[in-house]
Write a protein that binds this ligand. Structure first.
Ligand SMILES: C[S@@+](CC[C@H](N)C(=O)[O-])C[C@H]1O[C@@H](n2cnc3c(N)ncnc32)[C@H](O)[C@@H]1O
Length: 307
């Protein structure tokens, strides 16, 4: 599936599924009406799917309102956003720390998409962090200059080209977004990492509670909705997060997310593996359940090779 195709990725974002996206696309059904990303972040899967024309329409949702405003700017007014980013980037000479702080103050006052994009391009680990007042307080990474304006322009215009006219952007709680899905749609859920960033971690505006999440998935099963979930994982022997319970009847697949940079730094050669869960309705539409109920795992492996 992973070809020479260049997929634009305008928003640098910690936890982006950019590297895993091509493998996840291998579990898409034949036809997708709307691809819904309730925890979109940098919407890496949406962009990868749109680049291959795998869905008719897209929904980018995230509880973080300024992030969704940035998505709207990317989709609807890409030229303007690219120009604004360039102006911010070119003005960062002299005291870059002071300049970053000024843009951060501006962003906390106005919520401007261009300021947010600049901050994400320059801050530590491209990780959004907020203080108790809800102000963005992440520090700059002095080794990161932020993408060159020409590069950023290409990413912004590329993403807009793929999504314009077929994408709805919203800032709702994930529960309200999945409630609108129909049997034609596919939902991709990548909630905030549990364990790595706990349910009360300030880097996300609102945590996602395990029990509530499981209940939401149960209602989706009941409605025969096709969905995919990225959830727990492991690096070497260390496990991140809890597995989703058996009673959800999900197909769990392990995807290789690559080598952990932290483990490499510590001299350990460990790979990170992430679980991808397929809903019963999706597994059935991929003919994994009905025909081969006892050999689902082998069938999945076979499918993975075929796609
Ligand atoms: C792990 S990130 C998703 C990363 C994304 N898959 C990507 O490729 O960039 C989780 C996202 O969920 C959002 N979020 C947290 N709680 C939420 C909620 N209750 N409803 C919707 N979005 C939420 C966060 O703002 C964050 O952007």
């Amino acid at each position: 599936m992973e070809g020479p195709l260049k997929v634009p990725h305008p928003i640098p974002y910690q936890g982006s599924k950019r590297n895993l996206a091509p493998a996840i696309l291998g579990y898409f059904p034949e036809r997708v009406g709307t691809l819904i990303e309730p925890f979109a972040g940098s919407a890496a899967l949406t962009l990868a799917a749109a680049a291959r024309g795998l869905a008719a329409r897209y929904v980018i949702n995230d509880l973080n309102q300024p992030l969704v405003d940035l998505w709207l700017a990317i989709v609807v007014s890409p030229e303007k956003l690219a120009r604004q980013y360039e102006a911010l980037w070119r003005a960062q000479h002299g005291d870059r720390r002071q300049y970053y702080d000024k843009v951060r103050d501006d962003f906390n006052r106005t919520g401007r998409p261009d300021s947010f994009l600049y901050l994400l391009a320059r801050c530590v680990k491209a990780a959004v962090r907020y203080n108790a007042n809800g102000d963005f307080n992440q520090s700059p990474d002095n080794r990161r200059m932020g993408a060159l304006p020409e590069t950023m322009r290409e990413q912004i215009l590329g993403a807009s080209h793929l999504l314009r006219g077929k994408t709805e952007c919203s800032s709702l709680d994930y529960k309200d977004v999945v409630a609108k899905a129909t049997a034609d749609d596919l939902i991709y859920l990548a909630p905030p990492y549990q364990g790595v960033c706990g349910e009360r971690d300030p880097r996300y505006l609102k945590g996602v509670l395990f029990d509530e999440f499981v209940e939401v998935l149960e209602t989706l099963n009941f409605r025969d909705i096709k969905y995919l979930v990225s959830y727990d994982g492991r690096t070497g022997e260390r496990v991140h997060g809890r597995k989703l319970p058996e009673r959800l009847r999900l197909h769990r697949i392990e995807l290789h997310a690559g080598r952990s940079s932290q483990a490499t730094l510590l001299g350990r050669d460990e790979i990170t593996v992430e679980s991808l869960y397929l809903s019963p309705a999706l597994a059935e539409s991929l003919q994994l359940r009905r025909r081969y109920p006892h050999r689902a795992a082998e069938q999945l492996a076979l499918m993975e090779r075929k796609r």
